[in-house]
Design a protein around this ligand. Structure first.
Ligand code: CA
Length: 228
């Protein structure tokens, strides 16, 4: 699944260059020219990562990063700051604001990709290609295959994404709205009942190896993935 990367950058030339590069790397760039526009894009659809320019017209990148960290919905959103300044003090201030990393302009596209991959691996393991395992259940994004107790478990693409998220985020309760944000990337246009439908299908797919009991309903809250 391509990572949705929101690029908040007001210089058209840099914006274009980054967008082109992200597309070539198989990612899905979403562009915004100001902090305000960036915030609107995030409200529409939660990205997997934000590339955030420090110097923006209107609200600065730092202020936007601070806002994202203060909001429960966007608190864990990975942020890489783009800065034209090489000043150590500014870098520290950027990291204090809650940015996961920073890149000083001018930067190479190779460096940008390396930073993006490192941050995603750390903050959002469900969108990397690394195979993951949980108590006998194995999911491999590269081959798009799930096995449980040695058996292949066929499932649809949404169930696959849901399981990928669960295996990389076990033992925590997620509301339907949070799952829509994290797995569908959209909490506005899809009904919460959709989550229940796919949870049911996921459980059915996991029955063959007896892992269906790992998908637990937490009454009044949502769902948790845990060994019973
Ligand atoms: Ca700028």
């Amino acid at each position: 699944m391509p990572a949705r990367i929101l690029v908040v950058e007001d210089e058209p030339a840099i914006q274009e260059l980054i967008a082109l590069n992200l597309e070539q790397a198989g990612q899905h760039p979403v562009m915004a020219a100001s902090a305000e526009e960036g915030l609107r894009r995030i409200e529409e659809e939660l990205p997997d990562l934000v590339l955030l320019d420090w110097m923006l017209p209107g609200q600065s990148g730092i202020e936007l990063a601070r806002r994202l960290r203060a909001d429960a919905r966007t608190r864990a959103l990975p942020i890489i700051m783009l800065t034209a300044r090489g000043d150590e003090e500014d870098k520290l201030r950027g990291l204090e604001t809650g940015a996961d990393d920073y890149i000083t302009k001018p930067f190479s596209m190779k460096e940008l990709q390396a930073r993006i991959k490192a941050v995603l691996r750390r903050r959002a393991p469900e969108i990397t290609e690394d195979a993951v395992e949980f108590h006998g259940l194995r999911l491999d994004p590269a081959t798009h295959r799930v096995t449980g107790g040695g058996e292949t478990l066929p499932m649809g693409p949404t169930e696959f994404r849901l399981l990928h998220f669960f295996i990389t985020h076990p033992e925590r309760v997620y509301t339907r709205s949070q799952l829509l944000d994290q797995v569908w990337g959209d909490h506005v246009f899809i009904e919460e009942r959709t989550v229940d439908v796919h949870i049911r299908r996921l459980r059915a797919a996991l029955e063959k190896s007896g892992h269906e009991t790992f998908v637990q309903t937490i009454r009044g809250s949502g769902y948790r993935f845990s060994r019973p």
